[in-house]
Design a protein around this ligand. Structure first.
Ligand code: BJW
Ligand code: ZN
Length: 266
């Protein structure tokens, strides 16, 4: 990243009244949370992305819960990093100045809220919520393990993945139905209100900041051209170029935990 690129991006942000942000797994990487694509993949024997599908759930809900239970356990000692904190402080500063701000995240880890971000649109749901496949009721659930049967399961390092959990091991709703993670899998629709909030923010913002996403998953990746067509300045922060880079005005190469504090400093 050149100092010119940083200076130009800072000037673009300070000239913007309305700001929107789209984050992906890369912003949590420096907190030790694994990303989906690239090196350091989540699971050894099963591809994380193959488990994030309704087909995987239909085939083996016990295995899918093993994956999500493991991810919930991984989060136990994880904390927001300087990138999450810079965004939370930026939101507070814009709020004081009466400047509209929307943070849209594809992440399910909840670290933006822990850092103090107050209004977060969760496009792909939350690791900490479950939904009953019987009655549809959704609720917060922070149990780790998700049921006693999952104690010690799922750690890819321990080679116990795919233990073969049965219906009796699965978490259940008061109605008796099985509950699933309240996240959005491939082929599933995003919630209307989240989609509307995200696309409205992208259309109306003067600047869109895109952080730590490979920008290959839709409709989230579509926010970038949508903002651009609406006249926004787009700034991307990533370790590498992505398909979104073609749309952006400023690409800042580097880890978000280092780039964002400088970019968003008062
Ligand atoms: C750093 C860093 C550091 C690392 N600092 N940077 C249009 C075209 C083509 C396909 C479609 C389309 N519309 C819909 C589709 C189908 C599909 C899709 O997009 N497929 C493509 C992959 C081809 N989309 C869907 O199915 C969506 N549903 C939908 O559209 O419904 C309507 C519909 C239905 C049926 C047919 C058609 C339409 C749903 C998508 C749901 C995605 N779900 C997941 C799992 C969520 C739950 C969970 O967490 O388990 O969401 S998949 C996974 O990918 C997860 C993520 O949120 C998402 C995006 O990943 P992200 O965040 O970008 O992470 P990575 O790992 O990919 O990238 C990390 C980046 O960080 C990299 O760039 C690094 O360089 C960078 N980085 N360290 C800065 N320190
Ligand atoms: Zn139920």
């Amino acid at each position: 990243m050149t100092t010119t690129a940083m200076g130009e991006a800072r000037a673009a942000l300070s000239g913007a009244r309305r700001v929107a942000v789209l984050t992906g797994a890369g912003i949590s990487a420096e907190s030790g949370v694994p990303t989906f694509r690239g090196a350091g993949g989540l699971w050894r024997r099963f591809s994380a992305l193959d488990l994030a599908t309704p087909e995987a759930w239909a085939d083996d809900p016990g295995l899918v819960w093993e994956f999500y239970d493991y991810r919930r356990r991984v989060m136990a000692d994880k904390a927001p990093n300087a990138g999450h904190q810079a965004l939370a402080a930026f939101e507070a500063r814009l709020a004081e100045a009466g400047r509209p701000f929307t943070l849209v995240t594809q992440n399910v880890d909840g670290l933006h809220e822990v850092a103090g971000s107050s209004r977060v649109v969760h496009l792909h749901g939350s690791l900490w919520r479950v939904r009953c496949v019987g009655c549809g009721r959704e609720s917060e659930n922070r149990d780790v393990p998700i049921t006693p049967a999952y104690e010690g399961a799922g750690d890819p390092g321990a080679d116990v993945v795919g233990r073969g959990f049965g219906p009796e091991d699965l978490p259940r709703c008061g109605c008796g139905g099985v509950v699933r993670p309240a996240v959005v899998w491939f082929g599933e629709s995003l919630r209307d209100e989240d989609l509307r909030a995200a696309f409205t923010a992208a259309a109306e913002c003067d600047a869109l900041l895109v952080v730590g996403t490979s920008a290959v998953v839709y409709p989230a990746a579509g926010l970038v051209p949508h903002a651009k067509r609406g006249g926004a300045v787009v700034i991307e922060v990533n370790l590498e170029e992505t398909p979104a880079t073609a749309w952006v005005d400023h690409h800042l190469t580097g880890p978000s935990g280092e780039v964002l504090p400088e970019l968003l400093a008062p």
